[in-house]
Ligand binder design. Structure first.
Ligand SMILES: *Cc1c(COP(=O)(O)O)cnc(C)c1O
Length: 428
């Protein structure tokens, strides 16, 4: 495949945009080479600026669960746009999508719309702090909750010590209020809670982790977490920006039967437009301005185009009862096909999968937390990524990212992909 035009466009972009991209993971830093510039996309396929067709396993990092340029979403946006694109005043469609979301997701009474997953998580934590009157939060190593200051914290030498900022620009003052636990290790949470009695407002977690590859919660981990939170009057915040409306209508809460106190959304809920949201029961949501004292706002929040896209997407997912099952079956088929081919070529690997989220780790043994995820062989991943790209299959340009399947994928596409893995595996 030829990437002449993509390379030229990237060189132009680098002159006026830092690193040539508006979000770092797009820059291919983890795998080397220059990013592919997209011209257009339809269904399961991307078409790049050089005329190559790629089967897409990123799908805008999740939102395009029914495929690119999905007609009901496109039509809804086009029709709305003709009637004005923003008012800064209430519109009926905001209530319509809120009603549908509250209906689809268990355990929530009210939902507030924002413009990104970052905003949703940031606001959820403020609400948790305002509601409980406590300052500290617990997050897990390897979980991503957007780029707001409180979340850009990584492990120090011990999980019980205060976090240190992950990025310059995050102050020590902010970092000291974020405590770091280990995913799937309930004891690490217990230790932090005991060392910070009555100081912790919330525990925020990706209930199925997707930002260190796909890592499912171990059996009983989430229920134990829920019990610990309840006992200590700590709010449990499920960051379902990735998993919401993807793993089930009601996300992870439905899949595992566990009620969170606050739930964050993004990605699928916007149907490919910039949307995030957070939701909870009345008791908590009524603390938000203008009903309560916790402030949160947005000029473009509930934007009519974004709401139209989101409503069309959620409506489609709500009316097609079989969609999540169909997606899980396709993902299982891909999993089995890839596992066989990689094993045939003696390539050490572990594949994790939940619903339509899947990732391939090039290491042996169970991958269940950040430490085990970080052990993967990045050299092998780079070869795998570039090999797949050459075969016309686009996976995330980082070993720490989940692949997201779209229902637009056919079994022929999946066979094409497995066959590509077979060709690539020969040369690893
Ligand atoms: C993508 C993501 C976010 C951030 O959402 P943005 O829309 O990129 O700000 C937060 N949490 C999780 C789990 C995500 O996957």
């Amino acid at each position: 495949m030829i990437y002449k035009r993509s390379s030229a466009l990237f060189a132009e972009a680098e002159k006026v945009i830092p690193g040539g991209v508006n979000s770092p993971v797009r820059a291919f830093k983890g795998v080397g080479g220059t990013p592919v510039f997209v011209k257009e996309a339809k269904g399961a396929y991307l078409y790049d600026e050089d005329g190559n067709r790629l089967i897409d396993y990123i799908n805008s990092w999740g939102p395009m669960i029914l495929g690119h340029a999905y007609e009901p979403v496109v039509n809804a946006v086009v029709e709305k746009a003709k009637k004005g694109t923003s008012f800064g005043m209430p519109t009926e469609i905001e209530t319509k999508i809120a009603e549908l979301a509250v209906d689809m997701v268990p355990n929530i009474d009210k939902i507030r719309f924002v413009n990104s997953g970052t905003e949703a998580c940031m606001s959820a934590v403020r609400l948790a702090r305002g509601y409980t009157g406590k300052d500290k939060i617990i997050k897990f190593a390897g979980c991503y909750h957007g780029h707001s200051d409180s979340f850009l914290i990584q492990a120090g030498s011990g999980a019980s010590t205060f976090g240190t900022p992950n990025s310059p620009g995050v102050t020590q003052g902010t970092a000291k209020d974020t405590l770091l636990a280990d995913y799937n290790h309930i004891n690490s949470v217990e230790t932090l809670i005991n060392a910070n009695k009555n100081e912790i407002a919330c525990v925020i977690i990706e209930p199925v982790a997707g930002n260190m590859g796909c890592i499912p919660p171990k059996k009983e981990f989430l229920s134990a977490l829920k019990r610990l939170c309840d006992t200590n009057k700590i709010l449990l915040v499920f960051d379902e920006v990735m998993t919401g409306f993807r793993l089930a209508k009601g996300g992870t809460q439905e899949l595992y039967g566990i009620d969170a106190d606050i739930v964050c959304f993004g990605k699928v809920i916007g149907g490919g437009l910039p949307v995030g949201a957070f939701a909870a029961r009345n008791e908590i949501m009524n603390h938000l301005a203008p009903l309560g004292p916790v402030y949160q706002a947005g000029t473009l929040s509930g934007n009519p185009l974004a709401m139209a896209a989101g409503l069309a997407m959620l409506t489609a997912l709500n009316t097609d009862a079989a969609v999540f099952d169909r997606l899980a079956k396709k993902t299982e088929y891909l999993h089995k096909g890839m596992a066989k081919v990689l094993s045939d070529h003696d390539i050490v690997h572990t594949i994790n999968r939940v619903g339509s989220m899947i990732s391939v780790h090039f290491d042996e043994g169970e991958v269940y937390d950040f430490t085990s995820a970080a052990k993967g062989n990045n050299g092998t991943f780079k070869k795998f990524f570039h090999g797949m790209l050459k075969e016309g299959v686009y996976i995330a340009p980082s070993a720490f990212e989940t692949w997201f399947l779209t229902d637009a994928l056919t079994y022929e596409d999946l066979d094409f992909t497995i066959n590509a893995v077979n060709k690539v595996a020969k040369n690893i």
